[in-house]
Design a protein around this ligand. Structure first.
Ligand SMILES: Nc1ncnc2c1ncn2[C@@H]1O[C@H](COP(=O)(O)OP(=O)(O)O)[C@@H](O)[C@H]1O
Ligand SMILES: O=C(CO)[C@H](O)[C@H](O)COP(=O)(O)O
Length: 558
C-alpha cells in the first residue's frame, strides 16, 4: 500500500492497436504503481462487421468504440484497487491513442456505428490508423496539392498518407455519401474518448497537426483547395472538423459525474487533452531537447525528433510546431510494420520443425529464432530484405509497396530470413536517420521504447550497428501510458500537486535504463556495405525504377 498522504498520482491510459491499458503513476518519481490491460473485445475488425456476414474489402481495418469505454470501465477501477490509492489523490487522467484513428459521430457525439440506422454500413465504424483503403483518395489529394502548390504539403514531406484524416473522410464521402451527410463531425478516437470522460468536445493539437494537416497559424487546408478536391468538401474544416484545437498538456475539462461513478475517481478530476501514443513516449523518456530520436518500437515504428526550426524533410509524416514539446518543432517519421513483419514470418512462414524445436526447448518461436540468428555475422546470410510488408511510411509514403527478400538459395535457413527481416527494419530506420541529417537535422542518439526493446536484444544491437548510434532504452513497462500520465500531471498543474510544464514533469518522472546498446565497429563496417544494397533496392522498387509491386497489388485487387 502506498503512502498516499504524501504523494499525488495520475492515471495514463494507452489505447493501442489490440488493447488498452491503464497505469497508475506516482507523480513524484514516475513509479508505475499498478497497471491493467483490457484486450479489445471486438479486436481489429478487418474481416466482417460484428453481427454481420458482410465481408470487408482488402486494406480495411476498423474498431468498435465501445471497446475504448471497456478499458475505462475495467482497467481504471482495477489500477485504483491494486494501487490502493484514494480517489482524491489522483489528480489527473491522460490518454494517448493510436492515430489517425477516426470516427463519424452525430450531434450528440454518438458514434454512427452505434445507431441501428447505420450500424450495417462499414463506413459508420471507427477507421483504425492502419486502415489503408483510402490510398486512391490520398493520391488524388497529393496530386491536387502539388499542382496548386499548397503550403501544407512540404510540411508533410511532400505527400500526405492514406492513414490520415482527409483521405479517410474523403473515402467516406466517395463510397458512402449518406454517412458523410449524417456525420455531424469526424473525430479522432482520442478526442472522442476525452469527450466521453468530460462531456466537452475538444481536439488536441497533436493529432490535428500530424494527422489532419492543421497548422498553428494557417489552420486546416483552405476551402478553395478542398472545393477543388470535391465541392462537398469545401466547408469540411469549419463544419465536420470544427472544434477548439487545444495544446498538449492542457485540461480538456473535469471528469464528468457518470464517468466518476463508473471509475471510482472524483468528479472534476482534470482530464488532459489526448496525445498520439508514440508522441507521449518522448517526454516519458526524458527527451525534451533536439538531437535525440525517440523510437516507439512495436507492431509499427514511429520516430520522433525535436528541432529548433521548421525544415522540409522528404517523406516525413509531419513537422508540427509545439507538436510534442512546447517551444520546438516536433518531427514524426515512421515504418508501417516492424514487429508485424516478424509476426508474419513466425505465424505464416516458419516450418513446423522450428516450432517443434522451440517447443522442445521450452521456448517461444521468436526467442528461438533470435538465438539462432545471433550466430550469424552481418552479411553472412547473403540476404537483404525490404521492410515494406505493410507499405512504406517514411520516406516513400506509399502503402502500395510490398515486402521483398533477395539472395535466397536452397540452403537458406529460417533463422537467416528472420535475421534479414530484423536487419531490413534497421535499414528502414537508417534511411530515416540519413534523411533527417541530409536536411540539417541532427540525430545524435537513439531512444527506444515499446515492446520490442524488451523482447529482442539482437534487434536492438542490429539497430545500433546499422545506424552507428548508441541506443538508450526506456525503463518503463508502459512508456506511452507514463507519458500520458505526465500530460495529465501537467493538465492538473502544480497547485494540485502536478507540474506546470511537461519539461518539469519529465525531469521528475521520466525513466531510462543505465545499460545502452553501443555500435560494434566491425559490424558497423559490414552493415555499411549491406545498407548500400538496401538503398539500391529501395530506390529501384520504390522510386519508379520498377513498378512491379504496384502491378502485382493491382492484379490482386481485381
Ligand atoms: N521476441 C520478439 N522479437 C521480435 N518481435 C517480437 C517478439 N515478440 C513479439 N514480437 C512482436 O512485437 C509486436 C508487439 O509489440 P508491442 O510493443 O508489444 O505491441 P504494440 O505495438 O501493439 O503496442 C508484435 O508485432 C510481435 O510480432
Ligand atoms: O501512426 C501512429 C502514430 O503516429 C500509430 O498510432 C502507430 O503506428 C500505432 O502503433 P502501435 O500499434 O505500434 O502502437
Amino acid at each position: 500500500m502506498v503512502q498516499s498522504t504524501i504523494h499525488k498520482f495520475a492515471i495514463g491510459i494507452d489505447y493501442g492497436t489490440q488493447s488498452g491499458r491503464a497505469v497508475l503513476v506516482d507523480l513524484t518519481s514516475g513509479e508505475e504503481i499498478a497497471d491493467h490491460v483490457t484486450s479489445y473485445p471486438h479486436h481489429v475488425i478487418d474481416e466482417r462487421l460484428p453481427g454481420s456476414d458482410r465481408k470487408l474489402p482488402m486494406d480495411w481495418a476498423l474498431q468498435h468504440p465501445d471497446d475504448y469505454l471497456e478499458v475505462i470501465r475495467v482497467s481504471v477501477p482495477a489500477v485504483l484497487k491494486v494501487g490502493g490509492v484514494p480517489a482524491e489523490d489522483v489528480i489527473g487522467i491522460g490518454i494517448d491513442f493510436t492515430a489517425c484513428t477516426i470516427l463519424p459521430v452525430d450531434s450528440h457525439g454518438t458514434p454512427l456505428c452505434m445507431l441501428d440506422q447505420w450500424k450495417h454500413q462499414p463506413h459508420s465504424w471507427v477507421k483504425l490508423w492502419k486502415h489503408h483503403a483510402a490510398q486512391p483518395e490520398a493520391d488524388r489529394l497529393n496530386r491536387a496539392a502539388a499542382e496548386r502548390g499548397e503550403a501544407f504539403l512540404p510540411r508533410y514531406g511532400g505527400k500526405t498518407s492514406s492513414e490520415w484524416m482527409f483521405a479517410k473522410v474523403w473515402q467516406v464521402l466517395d463510397e458512402a455519401p449518406e454517412i458523410f451527410e449524417a456525420a455531424d463531425r469526424f473525430l479522432e478516437a482520442a478526442d472522442w474518448t476525452v469527450f466521453q470522460l468530460t462531456g466537452r468536445m475538444t481536439r488536441n493539437s497533436c493529432t490535428a497537426g500530424y494527422k489532419a494537416l492543421w497548422h498553428k497559424k494557417d489552420g486546416y487546408p483552405n476551402p478553395e483547395y478542398l472545393k477543388a478536391l470535391d465541392p462537398r468538401l469545401e466547408h469540411l474544416a469549419s463544419t465536420k472538423l470544427r472544434g477548439e484545437v487545444m495544446p498538449l498538456g492542457t485540461s480538456a475539462g473535469g471528469l464528468n459525474p457518470e464517468m466518476a461513478a463508473l471509475t471510482g475517481l472524483n468528479p472534476g478530476t482534470a482530464v488532459a487533452v489526448g496525445v498520439i501514443d508514440a508522441h507521449a513516449a518522448v517526454p516519458a523518456m526524458g527527451v525534451v531537447t533536439p538531437g535525440k530520436l525517440v523510437m516507439a518500437m512495436g507492431t509499427s515504428l514511429c520516430h520522433m525528433l525535436l528541432h529548433e526550426e521548421e525544415k522540409l524533410v522528404e517523406g516525413m509524416c509531419g513537422v508540427v510546431e509545439d507538436g510534442i514539446i512546447p517551444g520546438y518543432f516536433g518531427y514524426e517519421a515512421g515504418q508501417n510494420a516492424v514487429g508485424d513483419i516478424f509476426e508474419w514470418f513466425v505465424e505464416e512462414a516458419v516450418p513446423a520443425y522450428v516450432k517443434e524445436r522451440a517447443e522442445s526447448e521450452g521456448m517461444d518461436v521468436h526467442p528461438w529464432l533470435e538465438r539462432e540468428a545471433a550466430l550469424y555475422k552481418p552479411g553472412e546470410t547473403g540476404l537483404v530484405a525490404l521492410d515494406w510488408h505493410n507499405g512504406s511510411r517514411s520516406v516513400l509514403m506509399d502503402t502500395d509497396l510490398s515486402g521483398l527478400i533477395i539472395g535466397l538459395t536452397l540452403s537458406t535457413k529460417p533463422q537467416e530470413i528472420y535475421r534479414a527481416l530484423l536487419e531490413s527494419t534497421a535499414f528502414g530506420t537508417r534511411k530515416i536517420v540519413d534523411t533527417f541529417e541530409r536536411s540539417g537535422i541532427a540525430v545524435d542518439k537513439l531512444y527506444a521504447c515499446g515492446g520490442l526493446p524488451q523482447k529482442n536484444r539482437l534487434l536492438m544491437q542490429i539497430f545500433a550497428d546499422v545506424t552507428n548510434r548508441e541506443i538508450v532504452v526506456a525503463d518503463s513497462k508502459h512508456t506511452t501510458a507514463l507519458g500520458a500520465a505526465m500530460f495529465a500531471a501537467t493538465a492538473a498543474g502544480e497547485a494540485a500537486g502536478g507540474y506546470n510544464s511537461i519539461v518539469e514533469a519529465a525531469k521528475h518522472m521520466a525513466k531510462v535504463k543505465e545499460e545502452t546498446f553501443k555500435p560494434i565497429p566491425e559490424h558497423v563496417r559490414m552493415y555499411e556495405e549491406l545498407y548500400q544494397a538496401y538503398c539500391e533496392l529501395h530506390d529501384y522498387f520504390g522510386r519508379g525504377g520498377n513498378d512491379v509491386m504496384k502491378r502485382l497489388k493491382a492484379m490482386k485487387k481485381l
